[in-house]
Design a protein around this ligand. Structure first.
Ligand code: GDP
Ligand code: GDP
Length: 461
């Protein structure tokens, strides 16, 4: 009989310790010898791998703080459940799996693609498939594409997506990491970086929109910075650019230019592109959504622009590959359709460019300058209230719920993004449509083009 997983030194009882620093926790679960510690070392990017050749070697659990795609997390190797324990109702497997489900945010279940699934594997899979946590099923030792076919035995167990990986060689690890990181709980809202006079620009968009081409154009060189080796460090590399008398940081140019060598599933490529976009946008003041004009704007473009909008960054729509569109009339139609798809951000300016031919880049950078100026602009309270008095005179707030709200005055509390506080006798009585009207007036009057504006209504004390 089994006593379930061994307690770690200092860990006490049967509970996994919480994340070392409040990070998302990823647990690796599987029977002994499938390669859990090899995967652990690969994900933890440890150079010294401690692997055992004999099956069933008892070890303590291992913990490591690591990161992928810029998101830190705590990795746990749960040390393997008892392969002899085939009855999930008996303590062993159930206990082990339950522990992982309870304590982890994301679970990686590892099997050995070179051997058949055992009944212990099947028992664990049954338990994990009904878990209310994200579980990724990875078939290890898929050292070559030839072995992938074996990995698909997992599909017969009702598993929806199988990640064939080779922990030893790094094959497939990048895809697995992307999926795992994508399943993390959302990060806290991040503030835009402080303005130090240098404009921080994230160029985001779907694969093949032309991001690398644009970055190469701007940097004036056709050199790839780094090549992608799955599982190696993916630290973002920013590029400082000077244009005229202005300086810009193009965020994560390495991530943009890095191209996968292995053909990946389209869904994975898109998932990775969204992750890159999030990371880049959070470090930027201005997000440029690059679209492929010849293909039109897709759902994915809206998703990426939405990320920037949610995080209150300044945004620009760049319609790339304009050289592939034969007439201005066609280009106008493309822009109209793009606007419809991106209607949640009607304030974003659109610029037509060709990264390949180098067209429209001056206009793009002039637009970046304008939106950055608005993003970091501070309007004096005097100026603001002279304008506000006019607005109130032209269109006073409508009565709502039997109350006519009175708006006393407005001040700008913050920049990046511009954030205003309006003092009123009845915050709740200021109707949504009137709030939108005020924002639009502010944007029009003070030139907050491409800039998200926030107005908070507060009661007078
Ligand atoms: P654990 O007991 O699940 O932690 O398994 P280990 O990480 O100790 O690995 C068990 C054995 O499988 C070791 O001999 C590893 O070298 C080997 N192994 C692990 N990953 C791979 C892999 O991707 N490919 C191959 N061919 N062997 C692997
Ligand atoms: P990324 O995946 O967003 O980095 O896109 P790439 O920069 O790799 O570009 C994808 C493809 O589109 C490449 O074949 C580029 O040569 C092509 N491309 C990029 N920009 C333009 C453009 O302005 N016009 C045309 N015709 N092709 C472009």
């Amino acid at each position: 009989s089994t006593e379930g997983p061994k307690a770690t030194a200092g860990g006490g009882k049967s509970k996994l310790p919480a994340g070392l620093s409040g990070l998302p926790i990823v647990a690796i679960v599987g029977r002994p010898n499938v390669g859990k510690s090899t995967l652990f070392n690969r994900l933890a990017r440890r150079r010294i791998a401690i692997v055992h050749d004999e099956p069933g070697v008892t070890r303590d659990r291992h913990y490591a703080d690591t990161s992928a795609y810029g998101r830190p997390y705590t990795l746990i190797d749960t040390g393997g459940f008892d392969p002899e324990d085939e009855d999930p109702m008996k303590a062993g497997i159930a206990h082990h799996v339950k522990l992982a489900i309870d304590e982890a945010d994301v679970i990686i279940f590892l099997t050995d693609a070179t051997t058949s699934l055992t009944s212990a594997d099947r028992a664990a899979i049954r338990l994990l498939r009904v878990a209310k946590k994200p579980v990724f099923f990875a078939a290890n030792k898929a050292d070559s594409a030839k072995v992938d076919a074996e990995a698909f035995e997992l599909y017969r167990e009702g598993v929806e997506t199988v990640y064939p990986v080779s922990s030893l060689h790094g094959r497939g690890i990048g895809d697995l990491e992307a999926a795992v990181v994508d399943a993390f709980p959302p990060e806290e809202e991040t503030e835009a970086p402080e303005d130090d006079g240098i404009t921080r620009v994230a160029i985001v968009g779907r694969p093949n929109a032309g991001k690398s081409s644009l970055v190469n154009r701007v940097l004036g060189e056709e050199r790839m910075l780094v090549s992608d080796e799955p599982g190696t460090t993916r630290d973002a590399i920013d590029a400082l650019v000077e244009r005229g008398d202005k300086r810009y940081v193009l965020i994560d140019t390495a991530g943009i230019r890095r191209k996968g060598k292995v053909a990946k599933a389209e869904s994975t490529v898109e998932a990775v592109s969204v992750l890159h976009a999030i990371r880049s946008i959070e470090r930027a003041q201005v997000a440029v959504l690059l679209c492929d004009s010849s293909e039109g704007v897709a759902e994915q473009d809206a998703k990426i622009l939405g990320l920037a909008e949610e995080r209150s960054r300044a945004i620009i729509i760049a319609l790339n590959k304009s050289d592939l569109v034969s007439s201005k009339k066609d280009m106008d139609a493309i822009e109209t359709r793009a606007r419809e798809k991106l209607s949640f951000a009607p304030y974003a300016p659109a610029v037509r460019i060709s990264a390949m031919k180098g067209r429209g880049l001056n206009e793009l950078f002039a637009t970046i300058d304008r939106v950055k100026e608005g993003f970091t602009k501070r309007v004096s309270t005097g100026e603001l209230n002279r304008f506000f008095a006019q607005v109130l005179e032209t269109r006073p707030p409508p009565t709502s719920g039997g109350k006519a709200p009175r708006l006393y005055y407005i001040t700008q509390a913050e920049t990046s993004p511009p954030t205003f506080v309006c003092i009123t006798n009845a915050p709740d009585a200021v109707h949504f449509s009137y709030r939108r009207f005020v924002i639009n007036q502010l944007r029009k009057h003070f030139g907050f083009e491409g800039v998200p504006i926030r107005v908070f209504y507060k009661a007078k004390r």
